[in-house]
Design a protein around this ligand. Sequence first.
Ligand code: TXA
Ligand code: MG
Length: 351
Amino acid sequence: MNTIVEFIDEKEPNVDIIKLAGDIIRKGGLVAFPTETVYGLGANALDSEAVHKIFIAKGRPQDNPLIIHVADLAIEEFVEEIPPIAKKMMDKFWPGSLTLIMKKSNKVPDITSAGLDSIGIRMPSNPVANMLIKEAGVPIAAPSANISGRPSPTDIDTCIEDLTGRVDCIIGGEKCKVGLESTIVDCTVEPPLVLRPGGITLEMLREIHPKIEIDPAVMTKVEGSFKPKAPGMKYRHYAPKAPVKIVVGDLEKTVAKINEIVQNYIDDGKKVGIMASNETIHRYPKGVVKSLGSRSNLSTVARNLFKTLRDFDSENIDIILSESFEEKGVGIAVMNRLKKAAGFELINADT
Ligand code: TXA
Ligand code: MG
């Protein structure tokens, strides 16, 4: 398949490019496009055949439901009902990086929700995404625009790397502002449950409903019969090619522990990557060291995480050692993605 690639300015999106992409979606094709969280791989959410193509292009398991993207608050036709708490969250956080799970209507085909009776809906704030959905005139089903299992793309080059030849069109150009996938909140249960942490933090959500909790599957390894409520959370995810290990504990001890482990790998002839922070980057004399940003700005750390994991891959690193970050605010989402990339393998620096 020939893939059209079009660069687009988010401040003044070229209307002809949006028209072209909208037309492809309407006709049942696939378009990768930017959102404020990560790039999405979109198709008409109401067209089963088009949605089927998403699963093929990504190599995505068929039991993993998709999020539908809308351009306004008028979602009544896609859901059975809008629970009052969902309405409150929509009013407060849309457009933005928050996906709400509600009971779906018959209008949404089963393939989009992977057979579930609920559907995830989100209204992105990225102007290109918003214009594209409006131009297409249909809701757009879109998972992250990566090959299944790999870190989500946060820039157009990564979409091009993963999807050239697999989709009809790729549009974009700017780096995603949040850099991690949207926060998912299940509004079919009371109190609502966070199924995936993201840029809209638990603290922000608790201002709307103080009893909102996080699904325990988010921070621990899913084993045995225990099933996470978001099917996608059970897959090995966000993973670069090289294995990732996270060192947790006191920061001083973490630096010492990482340097010790790095030396062992180097002695074994391995090429080691270190994911550090601005505060510690100069403290690793060996290995390929990259900073995710300052510890005092976890939003920057979030924005840089997936790209940094991919950069290590392109440098043919054998193993990645990562510092850990405070599990507060967006740090909860950062640590969730890191732990998943590491298969929940943690090394304690304090012991
Ligand atoms: O930020 C985002 O949400 C990005 C951009 C493109 O919008 N999209 C994204 O989609 O991350 P995806 O498909 O990579 O992740 C969707 C997650 C999966 O873990 C899936 O299992 C879960 O949402 N999900 C979707 N519908 C669900 C439902 N009805 N119930 C529970 N989990 C659901
Ligand atoms: Mg994904």
